[in-house]
Design a protein around this ligand. Structure first.
Ligand SMILES: [Fe+2]
Length: 216
């Protein structure tokens, strides 16, 4: 039988493209509010206090994120919620003890709102050919953190013997970052991908094809 609509390399499942937002969903309303704050606004002119406030309000009282929560066995999961020209919103799920690499943020703004559990953030700075540890802070559900490269490198870890869930807002989107070896400080550029898109598992899909689908 002939496939009348063959998928070619680089195509993605239509379920992974940008969906229609629903006014009934508080997470969709959050992405619309973020779009008003961030799209078309130069990073220097972003009202960071307003953005953090929107994330704090959502983290304090909403649980519409639960439908998109999908934890990974081998590492924390990265689940795409929304992507626009000037920002990307991801839901990260952490099993107890799972941690990110020590990483930078590609010269972009990054907010993290904890939705469930507790996440520990440790700062690092590059010094004398290695890494110097900085402050460690734990964020409980409802807490919002902010970081840029001028502040520090950082590492995030689910702490307190509990799983964790967090919203990560990158403005602008970060498609690759530097990952740092804790012992040597050596940096490696890594492309970041997705575990799921709006609840559809896609760990095997080409992240660049997903980004193209959202840009169309
Ligand atoms: Fe980060």
């Amino acid at each position: 039988m002939t496939d009348l609509n063959p998928m070619t390399d680089g195509d993605v499942d239509p379920a992974m493209a940008r969906p229609v937002r629903s006014d009934d969903c508080s997470l969709d309303r959050l992405t619309a509010a973020l779009e008003r704050e961030l799209d078309g606004v130069s990073p220097a002119d972003v009202d960071g206090t307003r953005v953090a406030s929107l994330l704090r309000e959502y983290a304090a009282g909403e649980d519409s994120w639960r439908r998109y929560a999908a934890a990974g066995d081998d590492s924390y999961s990265r689940n795409l919620i929304w992507r626009a020209r000037d920002f990307e919103l991801l839901l990260l799920c952490w099993k107890s003890g799972q941690a990110s690499a020590i990483h930078d943020h590609g010269d972009q703004n990054c907010w993290m709102a904890v939705l469930d559990g507790a996440l520990e953030e440790e700062h690092f700075s590059a010094r004398d050919g290695g890494l110097k540890r900085g402050r460690v802070k734990t964020y409980e559900a409802g807490g919002v953190a902010f970081i840029r490269d001028e502040i520090a490198l950082h590492q995030i870890r689910a702490t307190g013997g509990r799983d964790g869930v967090s919203l990560h807002l990158y403005a602008r989107p970060i498609d690759s970052c530097l990952s740092f070896c804790p012992e040597t400080g050596d940096a490696t550029r890594i492309e970041v991908g997705y575990t799921s898109v709006r609840g559809t598992a896609c760990a095997e899909a080409d992240p660049e094809a997903i980004r193209r689908a959202w840009a169309e």
